[in-house]
Design a protein. Structure first.
Length: 132
């Protein structure tokens, strides 16, 4: 399975109309997929569980997108990769809610407790980084 397919299939579990908004946003802001690639390639090198690695990679990418949504709000950024930022398109309240739900949903896809603990710690560090 390709990482983008795994992300799309995971997003399909979100309720409408949020699902459509998030899918559109991820398509318009799609980057190089470095973060999920690192997760998957590390699992390959260490001969780890590739199914778990794909779930973790998807979670990492969704968490990253949540952080972009919230970061643009905090920075008042009108654009993301040359396109209208999420909060400008859908409003600040909806962007905050969608970002929060996206984070919670992403973390809920992880069923390996040590991995979940690491991702929660990373999420906390992202929030602390925004404070700085």
């Amino acid at each position: 399975m390709h990482i983008q397919q795994a992300i799309d299939e995971t997003i399909d579990g979100l309720p409408e109309p949020m699902r459509s908004r998030i899918k559109e946003y991820i398509v318009q802001t799609r980057g190089k997929m470095i973060r999920p690639s690192i997760v998957i390639n590390t699992a390959k090198i260490l001969e780890g569980d590739l199914d778990a690695a794909f779930r973790s990679a998807v979670c990492v990418e969704l968490m990253h997108n949540m952080s972009l949504i919230h970061d643009d709000i905090l920075d008042g950024a009108p654009l993301r990769r040359g396109k209208e930022s999420y909060h400008r398109r859908y409003g600040i309240a909806r962007a905050i809610n969608d970002g929060d739900v996206l984070l919670t949903y992403a973390l809920s896809t992880i069923d390996h407790e040590p991995t979940l603990k690491i991702l929660l710690e990373v999420s906390l560090m992202v929030g602390e980084g925004q404070i700085i």
